[in-house]
Design a protein around this ligand. Sequence first.
Ligand code: HEC
Length: 134
Amino acid sequence: MRPLLIALLAGAALGCARVEIPEVPPGAPVSYAQHLEPVVVARCIACHTRDEPEAELVLEIGVGYGEMVGRASTQVPALAIVAPGDPGGSYLWRKLTHDVEIGRGMPRTVVGSIRLPENELELYRRWIEGGALP
Ligand code: HEC
């Protein structure tokens, strides 16, 4: 195998693969399908598939939105996974910022759970704050 391919595969396995973050102009609405879904699929799909979804959460294309928005967390049923307009009240945001008492912060990788780069977290935050639009 070529060194570049090996490096890319190793990066993906470690969860530190580069993910393209879409540019959304300041003040413009963030859409799940248009902006966030490709990022979610790139990072999260390994463990949140239909076949064996961890924590009963399926994040495959076309399904993730309905699985998260307004639906209760299985770990902390008092919280919605995504509460539109309220990152602090969204279990997803707590998992992504590693502010959790059950399980680990997301995403998990083979080297443990990692914190996403700031620009990626920012996209999630803007999406939730902006009303978690489809
Ligand atoms: C390597 C496997 C793996 C990856 C990749 C992964 N997860 Fe998870 N996820 C888990 C496991 C295992 C649990 C349950 C245990 C825990 O919380 O640590 C979980 C639980 C969750 C929960 C709690 C669901 C609920 O209803 O309470 C959320 C939310 C979540 N993951 C979101 C994500 C997101 C978003 C990503 C991508 C950024 C992601 N996960 C990537 C393995 C993974």
